[in-house]
Design a protein around this ligand. Structure first.
Ligand code: MN3
Length: 241
């Protein structure tokens, strides 16, 4: 009886009933039992310094990307068939997602997918220039790698509010620079993502404050060209196969 009284006094001091506390604090295992998982960063959080600072990377990955994963799992909790699909499959067929959860899936599958790729587009050994087939395609569509970088930096700088700037590949192997708002992904437009830069303020504000252009320049110093080169080669091989 004493224990029960203490519990009531404790909950009362917090301004909560027992039911309220249960709602406010879900059991930890509930947060990690759903199908989508936060992938670890492929390098230490501070590995991209001085270009992108470790605290930004830590918050961006753990807090922001982590929240997209949790919210996606929550949105899909009542839809086991959809919950088994990888995020790119959900994004490619948003019309097949029930209207009641479509916006949540668009935002959170987009956030999960976009960030999962983004971490791998950067490396402590990054920078430099693209090579191989991708380099030839960039030259064909944009003139050279510098003009691609300029175009992406310019369009990334012009995104109003939150969004991304992308280098994408169409099914006819057209390369394109495009932007999306919020966490919308080019996958929903039928494109393959080769490269992308997150221009949400959370991606740079701690280090660069309002200087998005400086952050975009910093991205080119850590870009891992091997990633889009491999994706391009896979896409060309898949089209020929
Ligand atoms: Mn982000």
């Amino acid at each position: 009886m004493g224990e029960s009284f203490d519990r009531r006094v404790f909950l009362g001091a917090l301004g909560l009933t027992a039911g309220g506390l249960a709602c406010a604090a879900p059991a930890p295992e509930e947060e990690f039992s759903s199908p989508h998982e936060l992938p670890p960063l492929p390098y230490a959080a501070d590995a991209l310094e001085p270009h992108i600072d470790g605290r930004t990377m830590e918050l961006h990955h753990d807090a922001h990307h982590g929240a997209y994963v949790r919210s996606l799992n929550n949105a899909l909790a009542e839809s086991p068939d959809l919950a088994e699909k990888p995020p790119e499959a959900l994004l490619a067929e948003l019309d097949a997602v029930p209207a009641a959860i479509r916006t949540a899936v668009r935002n959170h599958a987009g956030g999960h997918y976009n960030h999962s790729l983004f971490w791998r587009m950067m490396s402590p050994r990054g920078g430099g220039e693209p090579a191989g087939e991708l380099s030839a395609a960039i030259d064909k569509f944009f003139g050279n790698a510098d003009s691609l970088k300029s175009r992406m930096s310019e369009q990334g700088g012009s995104v109003f509010g939150s969004g991304w700037v992308w280098l994408t590949l169409d099914s006819d192997l057209t390369l394109r620079v495009e932007t999306t708002a919020n966490q919308d992904s080019p996958v929903s437009q039928g494109r393959i993502v080769l490269l992308g830069v997150d221009v949400w303020e959370h991606a740079y504000y701690l280090q660069y404050q309002n200087r998005r252009a400086d952050y975009l320049q910093a991205f080119w110093r850590v870009v891992d060209w091997d990633y889009p080169m491999q994706r391009y080669a896979d896409a060309v091989a898949g089209r020929q196969g």
